[in-house]
Design a protein around this ligand. Structure first.
Ligand SMILES: Nc1ncnc2c1ncn2[C@@H]1O[C@H](COP(=O)(O)OP(=O)(O)OP(=O)(O)O)[C@@H](O)[C@H]1O
Length: 595
């Protein structure tokens, strides 16, 4: 059931990032620990160097054992670091896959009202690009933060062991630079969010253009569209440049810290060594550690910057997760009618408006009996397609009820309700892929016999025979390789293969040649023998075939009857049949009625 009850808030901030890492904590800890051991082994190297120098200072020659120990340490640490890195990256792939799977599931279940106001391109960028940012933040950056901090502390302790005075000097510099970096951190996050938003905007613009490429080409507006997409890309560029400034400012602080500290410690330590207050080997080891500090500090600053970018993406991912989606009803205590019986539909005092303040239907009431064909006609924007959307529960009425088999559709499990309905949209109802994939989309388990039966019922044998690879021919993006009439019939075949109890058919307004026209009419007639057909009629042939016609005007049913009855009794219908149907068929209703 669709509910507005708020779900428990998913964690945000660092806690939110950790919630993604937690299920993989074993792998992450293993990767992190191995990398830490590698880092600690690296830390031992300056100490070994110190002992090496001390040995030389007291007059001994170079200590071969120490050189061997040093080499072994280096090789072992490098191998360990690679293994740790591999484990972390592997986990990262698992996390990003999980995030994408969750996002796709949510997007597929979003309510239509949300999709109406959202942009598919932006949603796409959240699945592809934001999830990738999250990938680095929840693994590499978290691990680096941990290891960086550990190494930092380790080096500081070792420096303290060498000389506390020099360490105090160094920490003073760290505090000053740390404050400067702290001021940059929130700017990095804001800049990252701006970059991701600009990318989303670019995705939306590109998606809009690609979806209407034919119209764009036909109206010669390629250059204008290129300018629009380029402008979006430029906004992403500007935001990216701004982010780069803050990222660089962050990393500059690392360099500054080490260089400034080096000069101060070299000066002060050198002066002390000159007066004999400090061993030269201690100063050398201290300076070596100072340069070793570059690694963890770089790790810390870049992981903190990366976490900021991850937090910005987490915010965008959380926005998708907070969008209202369609929820399933639990088990029901009643038994829905048998799957092969045509369904009846009724609307009772339905009040609905896309904007609840501006109702399209005030008190819409009508009945569609089980079986046969019921046609809906009416002026443009009267709400005919909206009636179908309400039956499918794409939208919820603000008052009144929509019923199937006499039972309010809100009492039906949503999947069960939709399983009983075949919906053929007016526009581009064919997806890219093969003809077979298109037909089996809604009924993947249909047998070859059922497929052949539906192909025959929808008069598609001719098309299948003509195509080079028959059913396995690719139909192109949105079925461009098919004619408008063929696309409609493929869509009807697909809907019928699902054995619907109710077929909702939004008839194409485009002109069809006489072969396609006749095939389409036979298909609809055939469908109405086995199921309930509700058709939004744009053709004279269809209304003449209908068992009953409902004339919809300004959100209410104005009249009901057969074609012959309505041309006599309803002025609007008469008008529509003269102009609307005639427009779709190039034959006025009078001629058709007499013929
Ligand atoms: N998703 C939507 N969001 C907001 N308004 C909508 C939406 N879909 C349709 N409308 C508006 O609702 C009204 C009824 O639209 P609907 O498509 O149901 O009319 P129709 O009778 O099927 O029209 P036509 O014969 O031109 O297809 C129109 O004014 C339309 O602009």
């Amino acid at each position: 059931m669709n509910t507005d009850a708020p779900a428990p808030e998913p964690p945000v901030g660092l806690r939110g990032l950790l919630s993604y890492a937690r299920p993989h904590s074993l792998a992450l800890w293993s990767g992190g620990l191995i990398t830490t051991v590698a880092a600690l082994l690296t830390l031992a190297q300056p100490m070994v160097a110190k002992y090496f120098l001390d040995g030389m200072a007291v007059g001994g020659g170079p200590d071969v054992t120490l050189i061997l120990v040093l080499s072994a340490l280096l090789v072992f640490a490098t191998v360990l670091a690679s293994v740790g890195n591999y484990l972390t990256e592997r986990t990262a792939e698992g996390i990003v896959h999980g995030v994408r799977r969750d996002l796709v599931r949510r997007i597929m279940r979003l309510r239509m009202s949300v999709l109406d106001h959202g942009s598919p391109g932006d949603l796409l960028s959240r699945v592809v690009s934001d999830s990738n940012q999250l990938r680095t933040a929840t693994t590499r950056d978290l691990v680096d933060l941990f290891i960086g901090a550990l190494q930092f502390v380790g080096i500081i302790v070792l420096m303290g062991y060498l000389d506390l005075g020099l360490l105090a000097l160094l920490l003073a510099v760290v505090v000053v630079v740390g404050f400067a970096f702290g001021a940059v951190v929130p700017r990095i996050r804001r800049a990252s969010l701006n970059v991701q938003e600009a990318l989303g905007e670019m995705g939306s613009t590109l998606e809009r253009s690609l979806n209407s490429l034919r119209t764009i080409k036909a109206s010669g507006s390629e250059e204008r569209e290129i300018a629009v997409v380029t402008a979006a890309s430029e906004r992403a560029l500007q935001q990216g440049k701004r982010a780069a400034v803050w990222f660089s400012a962050g990393s500059m602080s690392t360099g500054l810290l080490v260089q400034v500290s080096f000069l101060i410690i070299l000066g002060v330590g050198g002066a002390r060594a000159a007066t004999g207050g400090l061993d030269l080997s201690v100063l050398v080891a201290f300076l070596l550690y100072l340069f070793y500090l570059t690694g963890p500090i770089t790790q810390l600053t870049s992981s903190i910057s990366g976490l900021q970018a991850g937090l910005a993406s987490l915010q965008r991912i959380r926005e998708v997760q907070a969008m209202p989606n369609e929820e399933e009803t639990g088990a029901v205590s009643w038994t829905p009618a048998s799957a092969d019986r045509p369904a009846s539909v009724s609307f009772r005092n339905v009040r609905f408006g896309y904007d609840p303040q501006v109702p399209l239907f005030e008190e819409l009431t009508f009945d569609v009996p089980a079986g046969g064909m019921t046609a809906f006609v009416g002026p443009s924007a009267a709400g005919k397609s909206t009636v179908f959307s309400l039956v499918e529960r794409f939208y919820e009425p603000q008052a009144g009820s929509v019923r199937m088999d006499g039972r309010d559709i809100t009492e039906w499990p949503l999947d069960r309700l939709r399983a009983g309905i075949g919906y053929v949209e007016q526009e581009a109802p064919v997806l890219s892929g093969t003809l077979r994939e298109n037909l089996l989309m809604a009924a993947p388990e249909a047998t070859e016999e059922e497929l052949a039966d539906i192909i025959s019922r929808t008069r598609l044998e001719g098309l299948v025979g003509r195509l080079e690879n028959g059913l396995d021919t690719l139909v192109g993006h949105r079925g461009v390789a098919l004619s408008g009439g063929e696309r409609q019939r493929v869509a009807i075949a697909r809907a019928l293969l699902r054995r619907p109890r109710l077929l909702l058919l939004d008839e194409a307004t485009s002109q069809l040649d006489s072969i396609n026209e006749q095939a389409l009419q036979e298909t609809i007639r055939e469908a109405s023998r086995i199921t309930t057909v509700m058709v939004i009629a744009h053709r004279l042939a269809t209304v003449r075939e209908a068992d009953r016609i409902l004339v919809l005007e300004r959100g209410r049913i104005r009249s009901t009857g057969t074609h012959e009855e309505l041309v006599e009794s309803d002025e609007l219908y008469m008008e529509l049949s003269m102009h609307q149907f005639a427009g779709a068929e190039a034959a006025p209703v009078g001629a058709g009625a007499q013929g």
